[in-house]
Every structure is written in structure tokens, then in C-alpha cells.
Design a protein around this ligand. Sequence first.
Ligand SMILES: [Zn+2]
Length: 283
Amino acid sequence: MTGYFSRWCVGLLVMSLAPFSVLAGQDKSVNDSAVKVKWGYKGDIVPERWGKLTPAFALCATGKMQSPIDITQKIQIVPHGLSWQYQSAPMIIMDNGDTPLNLDGHQMIINEGHGVQLNFKDSPPREMITFLGNPYRLVEFHFHSPSENRWHGQSFPMEMHFVHQGKAGKVAVIGVFVKAGEANPAIQQIVENLPKVEGRPFTIKGKRINPADLMPHGKAYYHFKGSLTTPPCSEGLQWVVMADAITASPAQIALLRKAMGGDNARAVQPLNHRQISFSAEEN
Ligand SMILES: [Zn+2]
């Protein structure tokens, strides 16, 4: 992807039919209330303006449990409740892709617009985690640069988001900070197979990726409630941010940043009344 147009994205969401129920039966097209609005990280569609672009994005401005956040305080120590059942999967890579999610019973198609995304098949569901006793399936992971969440004010060159679908409209995202250091073999596979065409998934023949290879060795994590960091900024997500970072080489970070069209990070949002918990690694 190249040039200015890679830096904005189209948010597509299928809203609840409730606001339009009065029109049901009169005009079918009204019930198909998909909203497409451009949003991005530069110009007049920057994150600070998302909430004003369309009423469908209002939560970006008015939400009280928004992501990302700065992980600084109000930390409560709780037992560890996260395990991974990830395994090697076909490498399906996409630039500027749509992701279907069920969030609190709302079927949505979100477009993270982050430029580089890896998708995982849902049948059979294989790349699983268990979080607080509930199973979740890995739908996709993608990159932000610089990091969106912060740790005591500190930003990292990149952050990965692993987006998981649970039952009954539950969504859990695992954030992994990426710092500059040793080259990362799993990230190298990705930078060598960056998609050349937007909006279409490519299965890279003969290549597989195991998301476990992109998790830090330390399993301690922070947990809090939050939102999508992109429009429509829907809330009710379980957020897990790993305490330890992984590394990627400066060259790998530069290549991913270039593929994503530069910065794609929303600023940190107020914590408000949320609590951040911390779980040390299980022995
Ligand atoms: Zn993200």
C-alpha cells in the first residue's frame, strides 16, 4: 500500500436494528443500516475527531471506558487466569482488512485499518486462549506503531493486539509491547510476506505462524476493561496487556511502520473509575 490513502480507513459497522424498528417493513434498505465513514490518524479525521464524524462513532468522544490507557496506578494483585492453547496455523496476511466480531450481541464488522493483520480460521477453532475460565478464539492480530497502551507513561515502538472472540459476545484483546532489540524470527516471516494489495487476505503458501512465538516468555499481565481503539470505539472488551515486552529489530519495526503508513496509535484515554489488576506469573 502506498501514499496518503493508506492512512485513512473506512469504518464499517452493522448497528443494532433497534433505532430503526419503527421503519421495519416499510423500507428494507433502511434496516440495512451499515455506516461507512472515513477515519484515520492524520488531517481532519484524526482520533480526536472520531466521535464527531458520525453518531455511530459517538462513544469515541463520550465513552468512559475507552482504550488505550496508561498503566500506572490503582493496581490490584489477583490470581493468574490466562492460558494459551495456540498452535501453528496457516499464514493468512491482510492489509487493511475487515474483522467480524460479536460484541455484546451486536454483530459488527470492524476495520482496524492498521495495514498489517494476520487472520485465523474459525472452523475448526484452534488458536484458543482461556481467560478467567472462559474460552476465546483468536480471530486476528495486528500492529500499532507507536504503542497505544503505555506503561508508567512510557511508550514502545510497537504494540501487537491479539483479538479474541468468546461466547455470548465476549471479546478479549491481548496487547504485547514490542521494543527495539534482537530481530524476531516470527516478525521476520511477516515482513517478508507483506501484502501488496489492500482489503484482501492472502494465504502464504508453505508458511505457517504460531502466535505463541509472539508472546513474551514472562506470563505476568495487567487486566482492565476497555474499548476498541478504533471507531466505533465500542466498550465492554476485556483487555490484557503483557507485563514483559518482546523485541524486534529496528529494521523490522521500520518495515512494518512503512507498510502501515506511519503512526497508527490513538492517544491514551482517561482511566475514570476503572481498576487495573495485575497477575504475576504462575509457578
Ligand atoms: Zn489494535
